[in-house]
Design a protein around this ligand. Structure first.
Ligand code: NI
Ligand code: MN
Length: 226
């Protein structure tokens, strides 16, 4: 399984013949310009954690071009379904066996309005079980006790956690989250894109090191293998 960081909270997760795209916010991300071309992305599925602009900006264009199925909460899936796009609705706590593996839509403490202010359901994250791996994609969220429930279903190979603070968990809470998740391999995301979420990379990696955990920070376009 290959995880590629596309900037901000956007990821591509590739395994076998499946490509998952997560929260594509690329064309509006100055840090990704010249590094990621959305027209080269060819996902089978687009996973959307919540309706904020910095997570959905490129969903429609990519789904229209590729025919990818959008997987999100009921309200977001319905929003895109009404536009004639393929969509699979989920809600918190629900699992579904897709052709590539299993997804669970998990709780997140955040908000989820669309850019025009319309209702985007409740925000979430995903647990992905595929290719013999188990991965938690937290979405935008505060540290929450509910994270303790996730490893109760089985150990995680990696947790992808927001670390930018202000709108989500910061570094210190993300270390506690990693403890709750019983996971030592963390990929940080949702940092540096805007002034509010700039982080000190050295302090971030050192804070995780001290807790006996590994924080991966990828350059935009870089990948890691699981
Ligand atoms: Ni958000
Ligand atoms: Mn966000």
């Amino acid at each position: 399984m290959k995880i590629t960081f596309l900037g901000h909270a956007a990821l591509s997760i590739d395994f076998n013949d499946t490509k998952l795209l997560i929260d594509p916010f690329i064309s509006g991300n100055e840090m990704a310009s010249g590094k990621i071309d959305i027209d080269t992305l060819d996902p089978d599925y687009i996973l959307v954690t919540h309706a904020h602009q910095d997570h959905i900006l490129d969903v429609e264009a990519i789904a229209k071009r590729t025919g990818a199925t959008i997987v999100s909460n009921y309200e977001i899936a319905t929003h895109y379904g009404n536009k004639g796009l393929k969509a699979h609705p989920m809600n918190h706590g629900g699992n579904w066996n897709f052709d590539f593996g299993r997804l669970k839509y998990t709780q997140a403490i955040h908000t989820s309005s669309f850019p025009d202010g319309s209702y985007g359901g409740q925000p979430g994250g995903f647990v992905l079980q595929a290719d013999g791996k188990r991965l938690y994609i937290a979405g935008d969220t505060a540290l929450t006790m509910d994270m303790k429930l996730i490893p109760a279903e089985g150990p995680l190979d990696m947790a992808i956690l927001p670390i930018g603070d202000n709108f989500t968990m910061g570094i210190d809470d993300a270390v506690i989250a990693a403890t709750f998740l019983e996971c030592d391999q963390i990929l940080g995301y949702h940092y540096d894109t805007f002034g509010y979420i700039e982080i000190d990379h050295q302090r971030a990696t050192e804070t995780f090191d001290k807790a006996g955990k590994k924080l991966h920070l990828l350059n935009i376009g870089a990948s890691l293998s699981l």
